[in-house]
Design a protein around this ligand. Structure first.
Ligand SMILES: Cc1ncc(COP(=O)(O)O)c(C=O)c1O
Length: 388
């Protein structure tokens, strides 16, 4: 008998592929492209971390670890969170080592969402949030921040969309794609509304190490928020370890216990050799992180100033490695701008609308490229704009 039906679930059929991919595929098929598209460090993982991984292999540490991750690593993570962000989690039952922050997000959402539950997603946002909410059976509720406020969530915006079905709010500071950082006072205002409506917060702090201008505030460090926060962090960005696929979840015991069940059945554990590498990163990696951060800050200053000089108005992003300039002065859509810039001047950027409706009129440029490449990109963008 011939196959007559689609075997796909309705949820998966409805998911759109990430808009970032289309531009990467186009850029990859061209020669001489300067890519400001990718969201990852341009540094190789520091040698000490790679060496620790090699050593672990030499010693034959190639089997599974505990489901939640090596206890030795969880202890290091616990010390690190206290030292760096003044938040305290018990390594025994409040920390789970995951396959990147990506899996941490997936596990978190699947642990809390009942069918039809609503999860507020603050846009422009990392492209995975809304699809992950849908895959967990929930309904993503976008909230659009505005360039007028440097894309900072205004607390009253939460109130405007809260319903009896609202379960959680996902926040991300420093933000991808805008680089915006929320300070302690702004987080406290959000916390007030969160408590009022009895919401849970998933705080994606994957860029916490890359905060350039002020002391970083972790959301669970805000008064009374620890009990209603799932903290997500990892090694990809700050430690330049994207390919190692290592992140972690910190959450109160009841939530962590539930999440561990999912992690146990779906993943067993995070990669063992990456876990040994991560122990070294936390013990001795602070100087390397500082060195990379200093370099990003220098590139940020050059790049954002240059964009503004070109007439592409851009707020100074406090963290991550993204600039999010407005291209509204060109009267093009984000997609038109990005496509023409790529085809005519071979500079790859990501159209802002792929991160949510409020990203329309903006482009995301990653400045995790060499200063020479950034200078050349600016020259090409200048030529492009002068021709318009
Ligand atoms: C905001 C945000 N969260 C999570 C991730 C995923 O990180 P990981 O590589 O640890 O899975 C990314 C990666 O780009 C990101 O930008």
């Amino acid at each position: 008998m011939q196959k007559t039906k689609s075997y796909l679930s309705d949820t998966v059929s409805r998911l759109k592929p990430s808009g970032i991919r289309r531009f990467f595929d186009l850029a990859a098929s061209m020669e001489g492209v300067i890519s400001l598209g990718v969201g990852e460090p341009d540094f190789i993982t520091p040698w000490g971390v790679r060496e620790a991984c090699i050593l672990s292999l030499e010693q034959g540490y190639t089997s599974y670890t505990a489901n939640a991750g090596l206890l030795e690593l969880r202890k290091e993570i616990s010390d690190y969170l206290l030292r760096r962000f003044r938040v305290s989690y018990d390594p025994a039952d409040e920390l789970i080592v995951t396959v990147g922050a990506s899996q941490a997000l997936d596990v978190s959402l699947r642990a809390i969402v009942n069918p039809g539950d609503e999860v507020i997603v603050v846009e422009p946002s990392f492209v995975s949030y809304a699809p992950l909410v849908s895959l967990a059976g929930g309904v993503p509720i976008p909230v659009q921040t505005s360039g007028t406020y440097q894309f900072k969530l205004q607390p009253e915006q939460i109130e405007q969309v809260v319903t009896p079905k609202t379960k959680a709010l996902i926040i991300c500071s420093p933000n991808n794609p805008t680089g915006t950082v929320l300070n302690a006072e702004e987080l406290a205002q959000i916390a007030h509304i969160v408590a009022k409506h009895d919401l849970l917060v998933i705080s994606d702090e994957i860029y916490a190490e890359l905060c350039y201008d002020e002391q970083y505030t972790s959301f669970p460090a805000i008064a009374h928020m620890r009990e209603r926060t799932i903290l997500i962090n990892g090694f990809s960005k700050g430690f330049a370890m994207t390919g190692w696929r290592l992140g972690f979840i910190a959450a109160p015991k009841d939530l962590a216990t539930a999440m561990l069940k999912i992690h146990q059945y779906t993943m067993m554990c995070a990669p063992t050799m990456a876990q040994y590498a991560a122990i070294e990163a936390l013990r001795n990696g602070a100087d390397d992180v500082e060195r990379m951060k200093k370099s990003y800050r220098q590139r940020r200053n050059f790049f954002v100033q240059s964009l503004n000089e070109l007439g592409l108005s851009c707020h100074m992003p406090g963290g991550a490695f993204y600039a999010f300039p407005s291209i509204q002065s060109t009267a093009m859509t984000s997609e038109q701008f990005a496509e023409r810039l790529l085809l005519e001047e071979k500079v790859a950027v990501v159209p802002g609308n792929v991160f949510g409706a409020s990203g329309e009129g903006y482009i995301r440029c990653s400045y995790a490229s060499s200063l020479e490449q950034l200078q050349e990109a600016i020259r090409r963008m200048k030529r492009f704009l002068e021709r318009l």
